[in-house]
Write a protein that binds this ligand. Structure first.
Ligand SMILES: Cc1cc2nc3c(=O)[nH]c(=O)nc-3n(C[C@H](O)[C@H](O)[C@H](O)COP(=O)(O)OP(=O)(O)OC[C@H]3O[C@@H](n4cnc5c(N)ncnc54)[C@H](O)[C@@H]3O)c2cc1C
Length: 482
């Protein structure tokens, strides 16, 4: 047990964690990091979802991997619920622990080691995509897949699965990982890969932090383009959009594909008079829908800007030659949800689905037809094509289909009241039920009040759980309110 004398002055370690028998106080062990048992617990009581608040007992800001080993062993010994936290951008209460311990991985020093010859980068546990992209672009390299908000941590994204605008050809982030180092819930330091301790490797990727804390991940790098040509195409019809997407994917016409649905009124403001008439095209199958789709299609340019004409399509385009952006500018574009404070500060009762290609048109059409613009509260609807056939991480539940889409209703509760959150959540559950019938699955970082990981997963892996987290302190207590 740790005595009061060896506590650090810059941490709140003067508060005993609990009283043992005979009222002997138990203090959190000494570490190089900072333990906060007061002010920070408010900041860490919610995640990006903001639909619930569950104050932890303490937050550890580790400075070294050894700090995490200490924290894991302490939590294991005294059965203290513990969460490994990155940027806290998952909305599904994954990084909340009522009365427990939060380990904020972002306080570890950022260490990035690029091996250009071998084409990979070693990334420390709390590093963000922003740090990785800046470091790799400086050497003319970049990760094969990226995210749309670079403040997320790489390890956090790998832990949820990770989808990017390249996922239609490159798969998900969790499958890019070549090797990783994990500190298990039991405090064991494990280096694993597809060929070394493969069972641990499988439990960690898309594992929602339930195997332990990743302190290093090795990801492949590819040559970065000099520039990216961005084409923005508008569609009033889901059918036409999906037809074009399928052709673009088949022909690999682009390197990145991402669709955002915008209210028809917003699209009207963005389009020139000449193009606005298409918005009122009575021939469009969805002419009465409140929503219009904007496809951002990016083409990597490796040398002088190409003169290859844009692949033929049915979308509406203001700039047939697209816009040229530097690769950094392209990757750091702020996603719609992060463009205005009132959008990211409010609660986010989000729904994020993986839908098989064959059900996409019907499901998307039915969903948006019944979705008043006000029910999104200004939040975006996103559509990202994914090659499900490439997904290998066993914990990432995707439809049994070769390809399909991530279909996200990134709602903002406006007004930010409990009743509005409940109303939108109830609507999400209805859409989810309909989607399940079509073979869809759910991305477990949305805000549905459902278990993010099938209970059966650990039931079939008791031995592995016994090694990684015998006291089950890392388990995600999804029904935190119970
Ligand atoms: C603006 C915005 C943009 C987003 N863009 C994308 C996107 O492009 N693609 C996408 O797939 N998702 C995206 N998401 C969804 C989701 O937030 C992320 O997949 C994930 O949460 C990002 O990592 P994080 O650092 O926020 O992790 P957190 O939310 O902090 O944690 C997520 C999970 O990872 C675990 N974890 C975190 N760090 C570690 C670690 N070092 N070791 C082990 N486990 C760990 C946690 O325990 C938790 O279970 C986005 C969310 C927002 C709000």
């Amino acid at each position: 047990m740790t005595t009061k004398e060896n506590l650090q002055s810059d941490s709140d370690r003067t508060i005993p964690w609990l009283l043992l028998a005979d009222k002997v106080p138990l203090y959190f062990p000494n570490t190089a990091g900072i333990l906060n048992q007061n002010s920070l617990s408010t900041d860490y009581s919610a995640d990006f979802g903001g639909t619930d608040r569950f104050p932890p007992r303490a937050v550890l800001l580790p400075r070294t991997a050894a700090d995490i080993v200490t924290a894991m062993r302490f939590s294991q010994q005294y059965r203290i619920p513990v969460a490994v936290r990155g940027a806290g951008h998952a909305a599904s209460r994954l990084v909340l622990r009522r009365g427990g311990l939060i380990i904020d991985m972002r306080s570890l020093p950022i260490e990035l080691s690029i091996n250009a010859a071998a084409g990979y980068i070693d990334i420390s546990g709390g590093a963000t995509w922003a740090a990785v992209i800046r470091a790799t672009l400086a050497q003319g390299l970049m990760p094969k897949t990226t995210v749309d908000w670079q403040e997320l941590t790489v390890a956090g994204t790998i832990s949820t699965g990770g989808v990017g605008a390249q996922s239609f050809w490159a798969g998900v982030h969790a499958d890019q990982v070549m090797e990783l180092e994990l500190i298990s819930g039991a405090g064991e330091e494990i280096c694993c890969s597809p060929t070394q301790d493969a069972a641990v490797f499988e439990a960690a990727r898309a594992g929602l932090g339930q195997a332990g804390a990743m302190v290093r991940v090795r990801m492949p790098l590819v040559a970065a383009p000099l520039q990216v040509r961005l084409h923005e195409l508008y569609y009033t019809s889901v059918g036409q959009l999906l037809t074009d997407l399928r052709v673009f994917i088949r022909d690999r016409s682009f390197d990145t594909l991402l669709v955002v649905a915008v209210p028809r009124t917003v699209a009207a403001q963005r389009l020139s008079e000449r193009n606005q008439r298409f918005l009122h095209d009575p021939a469009g199958a969805d002419a009465t829908s409140d929503w219009v789709f904007k496809l951002d299609a990016g083409k990597y340019e490796f040398s002088a800007p190409s003169t290859v004409p844009l692949a033929s399509h049915q979308g509406i385009s203001e700039t047939p030659r697209g816009r040229l952006l530097s690769t950094e500018e392209f990757l750091f574009r702020a996603p719609p949800l992060m463009q205005r404070k009132e959008l990211y500060a409010a609660p986010h009762p989000e729904l994020i689905l993986f839908i098989p290609d064959h059900a996409a048109e019907e499901l998307i059409q039915a969903t948006i037809a019944a979705l008043p613009v006000g029910d999104m509260g200004g939040g975006p609807i996103l559509l990202l094509p994914i090659e499900f056939g490439q997904v290998r991480a066993p914990l990432l539940q995707v439809p049994k289909a070769t390809r399909g889409f991530m279909f996200s209703l990134l709602r903002v509760a406006a007004p930010a009241t409990e009743s509005e959150v409940s109303r939108l959540t109830a609507n999400n559950l209805q859409i989810y039920a309909r989607a399940l019938e079509c073979g869809a699955t759910r991305y477990p970082c949305d805000a549905l009040p459902l278990a993010p990981i099938p209970a059966a997963y650990w039931e079939h892996r008791r031995e592995l759980q016994q090694r990684l987290d015998p006291a089950q302190v890392l388990a995600v207590p999804w029904s935190l309110s119970a």
